[in-house]
Design a protein around this ligand. Sequence first.
Ligand code: GLC
Length: 525
Amino acid sequence: MTERVWWRDGVVYQVYPRSFADANGDGIGDLEGIRGKLPYLAGLGVDAVWISPVFPSPMADFGYDVSDYRGIDPLFGDIDAMDALLADAHALGLRVILDFVPNHSSDEHPWFRESRRSRDSAFRDWYIWRDPAPGGGPPNNWLSNFGGSAWAFDEATGQYYLHLFLDRQPDLNWRNPVVREAMYDAMRFWLRRGVDGFRVDVIYHVLKDAAFRDNPPNPAYREGVDATANRFLPTHIADLPETQGIVAAMRAVVDEFPERVLIGELYLPLERIVAYYGEDLKGANLPFNFLLIGAPWDASFIGGLIERYEAALPKGGWPNWVLGNHDKPRLATRVGDAQARVAAVLLLTLRGTPTMYYGDEIGMRDIAIPAADVRDPFERNEPGKGLGRDPQRTPMRWFPREGAGFTRGIPWLPIGGDVAAINVESQEGDPGSLLWLYRQLLVLRRAHPALSHGAVQVLGCSHAVLVYARTEGDERFIVALNFTHAAAEPPVPLVGEVVLSTHGAGARGPLEGDEARIVRAPAAG
Ligand code: GLC
């Protein structure tokens, strides 16, 4: 008995604003560009657009370093452009989710400038300042997620400040109630303007150990391979029990307004992800489930994952699934072009809110970035480990022409090859394209409640094929996914009318290699 709300039944589409559509020709995407593409998104059949940060920022981490929580960076437009985008989106029936970055601000935020001015500053306690260790050096062994110590020394005041990401992203002090209220007010500022919710950046990091204890060593750490931050376990800087109170408070702010959503970014194990639904489900509406992103692409593994996740959900907690985002290698690169089609069927037929990443609907792949053109600070700090995120942030391809319809200027990241096949316009004209498959799936999902909020049951898994059912009332669909390139017999018979197959509606019998098939089971009785 679940209440019908847009963020349960709907599909979220993530836009990385620098790379979606550039209206003013400066080579960087902007709000006008996104606004111009809203009809495309409505036509695709998604329900909500999540836009990565567009707030004023020196762009040290491309917007995840916010210098004003209540404005729009001139690169992207202005507040009027955001209002216009909201109005157009709502008129098209699309919701708009903004990215909220509470853990840290930019070092250019007036709060931090004021905080670092002197030890007596009224804003000193807005950030996390500590004296050097007794023998000198950083206060403890905490490491930045982007490499090196998480502590930066401030010569002028003789103390270190904490930054779990770049030194240009000082961590706000969420133990200070004045900071909390200022941030909740910033959320209200956007909610009042009609924003439909937030994706909250690294929500699990906001609180750190009050005693500043060292993190323990990570026995699994591989020198030279893993991000250096993984040298220690994040015991005292992530997922502290008190974090739940902050998540609940953010949710309460969102709930002051009707029909809004709170989504939390969480890179945590399954049993910890589900903790973020909160006591009595008063935490995040959707604690992001990234388990598919790192999962081995294997029928039994994924079948097991679905069962473990479903079993771990608190009663009434609504599931969600993600296959890609701006921090992870692209889906088509991870699983290959043929399996990207199977993945589309998986994502859009699982129980729970799916989040799609821009460009995955046309099969965009990671674009190799020459060392000289690297923009991502993560790659710059830890070169050569494959951690850089530029490859998955390259411009959206709209047309098979110069600039790919993304820009008339010089794109901020290379557009890459294969544009002739991987672009919206060409795929719109090809019923066999991935884009058509996504559209068909989105139409089917919208038309059949069984596919959005119906119950899910894994019916069988072989090493190659996963089969599950989605059921609501009298309606029952069987989804069969072949995770291999070879033809395979499904572990349970697929009885019923084929409503969709990646290999054409005439599909019968065993699954072909890379085939995904949806069958409508005959009505019972
Ligand atoms: C999140 C964002 C990532 C950003 C980091 C610091 O993980 O998704 O892009 O660099 O937080 O804000």
